[in-house]
Write a protein that binds this ligand. Structure first.
Ligand SMILES: C[S@@+](CC[C@H](N)C(=O)[O-])C[C@H]1O[C@@H](n2cnc3c(N)ncnc32)[C@H](O)[C@@H]1O
Length: 326
């Protein structure tokens, strides 16, 4: 199939696989683009735009594999290898990245493996592609593939690209150190990541009857399943966008809310977590959260009907505990 852009004819492949898929009107004219996207809000946007989506990366070969990586180096390189594994002989691997994510550096990396890369720079981003010619350096792809595997930190399973994949977040640690032992009943962990806070609350609070984890990153949730396996408590795992609200009513909610969307600071994301938590708490229910000190969450707690107090702070973080009034 050919599409015409100005005077120039551009070949559109019959099928493409998109790793880190995000919708764009220009893709609408393509015959078939299958998308894989581990982040729930972006996966939902891809589906709403009418594109086919897969939960796990499928086996098979495509004439074109598109890659739109996140901000982690190991994740980006692992995604290059995942793309390579799904490329048909003679196919094209195409990457797009903002310059602020190190696009120039990653273009050089891809060139190390493929020997040649064609690059376009526009809108403070780079798109670069390489055509498979039977001479790519497979040893480099083998190294990158390994970067995407499961790994361990402090006895927990993690994966490149998910939150705190190389160290325990000091803010989460501060909250874990101050969790009261009396939390009981139904508890939720919003933005649960790979399960650090869930693990801590289960160890500290023997009267918890059920713990529900809500997390947008499907890979983190998979790690959480492993990290919380075999506990003596009912635990449920939800691949879920917390900003859309959560089902259920809770005696307590714990969280270290996110405040980044992609690479940009997004305080509204944290505020939306607070509103969701407030709506899901029983009267008298408890919200326990940690946040960077400069984040203005207190006003949202008040307007959401929560009586809050600052339990502790250090030079970076504050702990806010709140009770639902009515
Ligand atoms: C600051 S991290 C905390 C992770 C974990 N609770 C911990 O303490 O290590 C915030 C988490 O929220 C998740 N997240 C971001 N946006 C989300 C959304 N809209 N819905 C659900 N989770 C989201 C991120 O993937 C990340 O795992």
């Amino acid at each position: 199939m050919l599409a015409f852009k100005g005077e120039e004819a551009v070949a559109i492949p019959e099928r493409a696989l998109f790793i880190g898929a995000q919708p764009h009107p220009a893709l609408k004219t393509w015959p078939e683009v299958t998308g894989w996207q581990p982040l729930k809000p972006l996966a939902a946007a891809w589906e709403r735009a009418g594109f086919p989506r897969v939960d796990g990366l499928p086996e098979g070969k495509w004439p074109l594999v598109l890659v739109l990586p996140g901000k982690s180096r190991d994740e980006a390189l692992a995604w290059f290898a995942m793309a390579r594994d799904r490329l048909a002989p003679g196919g094209k691997l195409l990457v797009a990245m903002p310059n602020t994510a190190g696009a120039g550096r990653f273009e050089k990396e891809l060139c190390k493996a493929t020997g040649n890369v064609v690059s376009l720079q526009k809108h403070k981003c780079r798109a670069f592609h390489a055509a498979e010619d039977g001479a790519w350096n497979e040893a480099v792809f083998n190294e990158w593939r390994a970067l995407g595997g499961l790994r361990e930190i402090s006895g927990f399973t993690v994966q490149a690209g998910i939150f705190s994949s190389d160290h325990i977040d000091p803010g989460s640690q501060l909250l874990a150190d101050h969790l009261p032992a009396h939390l009981h009943g139904h508890v939720a962990d919003l933005g649960a990541g790979w399960g650090f806070l869930s693990d801590a609350v289960l160890k500290r609070c023997p009267k918890i009857a059920r713990l529900d984890l809500f997390e947008a990153d499907a890979r983190a949730l998979q790690c959480a399943r492993k990290n919380l396996a075999g506990r003596d408590c009912e635990i449920t795992f939800h691949w879920h966008d917390v900003t859309t609200g959560i089902p259920g009513v809770y005696d307590a909610i714990i969280m270290n809310p996110p405040f980044h969307t992609g690479q940009a600071t997004d305080v509204d994301l944290g505020r939306a977590f607070l509103k969701t938590a407030s709506a899901a708490l029983k009267r008298g229910g408890k919200l326990l959260l940690v946040a960077n000190r400069q984040l203005p969450y207190e006003a949202v707690l008040e307007t959401s009907g929560l009586a809050w107090r600052k339990i502790a702070e250090d030079k970076t973080y504050k702990l806010l505990f709140a009770d639902k009034r009515s």
